[in-house]
Ligand binder design. Structure first.
Ligand code: ADP
Ligand code: MG
Length: 695
């Protein structure tokens, strides 16, 4: 089924490739066909339909955009007499005779004696008894595979009657055990002629020199070269990124139509705040403060992302923004994703607020009725996102700080702004690679604290396996004996917070009797009541405890500069971002700090686990680690499942496609008001994300 080829204008600057011919669809695009169920395709009955559904393929359109994960390498065309052992090749043959036999219980072997003008050999398949019907004597076949033993050819892929499975660059799709790449290739082939309407206006395509979308789909599934496949992929990636960027641009527009209170120039209160701080703001903090000040005088609500590594000094900037609200006789709110974090923030900012005569209140699920009733009158309210949003009518909210906002869905984030229209500062301590930030937060302005306060020494990290854990603990005891404090992070248990807490209790008990005998050991886990947790933290801060044994609840927010060493047990079980966050609990003062990662034995580790641990030893740069993480895991996971809807990209690869992303971003502003197929795509995409976030 050779497609009709036409020449198109060289897509100069697009994927950097020179002109080539593009395969074209043979049928008129009929978008409604793409919405139909896969079982409207020939060869798809209920059984196949179920198998396809497991791969997420339900509509014809899903097949059309099912991205190959690789292509068959080119293989030489050979004649039978030219084949050599173990070398992959393609041969055109005629079937002489076919047979099938059963070996052990469930295995069957199919063999066909095949010939060409130069000789004969036996072609071999496994477990494909249905081949008998196909490979009748006299049938011509094109086989791709390799000679395994003399005269025995193990078939990898084959075509009867000129399909394309054996071709160079034949696509290989993510398959399952029940459905083969070959079957997928057939089905995609059947779906392809129905391929999609181009969502881009013609003028844009012309100006940007983009190939047609349908051509791109053909190039993706039926390329004749690696370049052609890449050009196809790039166009589809561009569409994908554009849809995201147009959606984000639309949200930005909506928000810009809202009104926020314009705050006056920085006044007396923040001046006193600067005096109260025991240090001067760093250059990066000053720059972030300036950005915030510029935003706050406007009536367009601030939507700013404050990015910076753990301990870089974001909270100091956040409190500045909150105090700007207070000095304008309005309120500020600080929202955290968990109660522990909210409490921690409260412990940090409350003393400063008190010194400044600013009323600061904490709202948690265990707050008393009276505390709850008093909360709305505070100048600054600290609590979880949920509590503040649902629980309180703030009299006059002007600035909201949302901490660790990547843990919330995007929609929760925008819901916050609805109706109230405060200025919003989003803080994130998980460094997000610029490309990913543009993808997901393309609608936010960004301030970055790229460098921590100068008195910090980078944390030294070492990785040892279990059999050397005794050494790690003896290092830890040296720190304790020198008057420092330490953390020990318990192994991660996936099951539940309760079993995690129980395991942590047992581990703390064990450590008290063994490695940490004679030291004052506290235990922090997620099952503690908030008041207990607060008391424990306060004791640790006051040096009444030497060691805090903890689950990942210390991941964010705990701030004790005298804690200079951390041991993470079974560190290989943790994610990279999580380990980086954990590590950020030490290195908060001027002393040299250490993080000791203990993993299981090397043989038990996956390659990815080794890569994570090595990266942590190599660098403390959160952005670099985020890039590594992005490479190891992909964008969706990096941000948590909540936003996978936005980062679940089929074609785009954020790092590689950065130029496309930047172009899409510029174009989005121009296209945001266009109705038409692109707008439909955007609506569909964002509706799906919202559904997911609400679920
Ligand atoms: P983040 O919120 O980014 O994790 P914090 O604002 O909590 O960082 O700051 C981490 C630690 O560094 C705190 O103990 C804080 O008091 C201290 N710190 C913040 N800014 C400075 C600065 N400019 N100079 C010295 N120490 C600072
Ligand atoms: Mg902090």
């Amino acid at each position: 089924m050779s497609a009709v080829r036409t020449r198109v204008e060289a897509p100069v600057g697009f994927a950097g490739q020179t002109a080539d011919e593009w395969p074209r669809p043979r049928a008129f695009p009929r978008p409604e066909l793409l919405e139909r169920s896969v079982d409207t395709l020939p060869g798809v009955g209920p059984a196949v339909k179920t198998k396809l559904a497991k791969l997420g393929l339900e509509r014809v359109g899903d097949l059309v955009t099912y991205a190959p994960f690789r292509y068959e390498e080119p293989a030489d065309e050979k004649r039978i007499s030219e084949l050599s052992i173990d070398e992959e090749a393609v041969v055109d043959v005629e079937v002489v005779r076919f047979s099938s036999r059963r070996t052990r219980r469930r295995l069957t072997i199919q063999t066909a004696v095949v010939s060409d003008a130069t000789g004969q050999m036996t072609a071999v398949w496994f477990n494909q008894p249905w081949l008998e019907k196909l490979l009748q004597p006299g049938t011509g076949a094109r086989l791709r595979g390799r000679v395994q033993r003399r005269n025995e050819f193990l078939v990898k892929t084959f075509d009867v009657g000129g399909a394309s499975a054996t071709a160079d660059f034949a696509p290989v799709y993510p398959a399952s055990e029940e459905i083969t790449p070959k079957k997928l290739r057939e089905l995609v082939g059947a779906a392809l002629p129905r391929s999609a309407l181009d969502p881009l206006p013609a003028r844009v395509k012309e100006r940007e020199r983009l190939p047609q979308r349908s051509d791109a789909l053909w190039a993706l599934h039926r390329p004749r070269s690696r370049e052609e496949a890449e050009e196809g992929r790039a166009r589809l990636a561009f569409d994908e990124l554009l849809v995201l960027q147009v959606g984000l641009a639309a949200r930005r527009r909506e928000r810009e139509a809202e009104i926020a209170p314009s705050l006056g120039a920085p006044g007396d209160l923040v001046a006193r705040y600067r005096d109260v701080l025991p240090f001067r703001l760093t250059e990066h903090q000053e720059r972030a403060v300036e950005d915030v000040d510029v935003d706050l005088v406007r009536t367009v609500p601030m939507q700013r992302l404050l990015q910076g590594d753990v301990g870089s000094g974001k909270t100091v900037v956040a409190l500045y923004a909150l105090l700007r609200a207070v000095e304008n006789r309005r309120q500020g709110a600080l929202m955290a994703p968990t109660e522990t974090l909210a409490e921690q923030h409260f412990l940090t900012i409350e003393p400063i607020c008190r010194e400044l005569g600013v009323a600061c209140a904490l709202l948690t699920s265990s707050s008393t009725k009276r505390e709850r009733e008093a909360a709305p009158t505070a100048d600054i309210l600290v609590g979880t996102h949920a509590l503040i949003q649902e629980g309180v009518e703030l009299r006059d909210l002007a600035v909201a700080v949302v901490d660790e906002q990547h843990r919330f869905g995007v929609e929760q984030r925008s819901a916050l702004a609805e109706g109230r229209s405060p200025h919003v500062l989003h803080m994130t301590a998980t460094p997000i690679p610029r490309t990913l930030a543009l993808t997901v937060y393309g609608d936010l302005a960004v301030s970055e604290i790229a460098k921590p306060p100068a008195n910090r020494k980078p944390i030294r990290t070492a990785w040892v396996t279990e059999e050397r854990s005794a050494e790690a603990y003896s290092r830890l005891r040296k720190h304790l004996d020198a008057g420092r404090q330490a953390y020990v992070v318990c192994p991660l248990i996936e099951e539940s917070e309760t079993s995690q807490a129980r395991a942590a209790e047992a581990e703390a008990e064990r450590l008290r009797r063994a490695e940490l005998r004679g030291y004052r050991v506290g235990l922090l886990h997620g099952r503690l009541r908030p008041a207990e947790r607060r008391r424990l933290m306060a004791r640790f801060k006051a040096r009444e405890l030497d060691v805090l044994v903890a689950t990942t609840v210390i991941e964010v927010g705990v701030d004790v500069p005298n804690a200079t060493i951390m041991i993470v047990q079974e560190a290989d079980r943790f994610g990279l971002a999580q380990l980086h966050q954990l590590r950020g609990r030490v290195g908060r003062g001027a002393e040299q700090s250490y993080c000791l990662l203990i993993s299981r034995a090397r043989e038990e580790l996956t390659d990815a686990a080794v890569a994570r641990l090595e990266a942590l030893v190599r660098t403390t740069d959160g952005f670099e680690l985020a890039e590594v993480d992005l490479e190891l895991r992909g964008g969706g996971q990096l941000l948590g499942t909540r936003q996978s809807g936005l980062t679940d990209l089929k074609f785009a690869q954020l790092r590689r496609d950065r130029p496309l992303l930047e172009r899409a971003r510029v174009l989005a502003d121009e296209l945001v008001d266009d109705a038409g197929p692109l707008a439909d795509e955007v609506a569909k995409r964002f509706a799906a994300v919202e559904r997911e976030a609400l679920a």
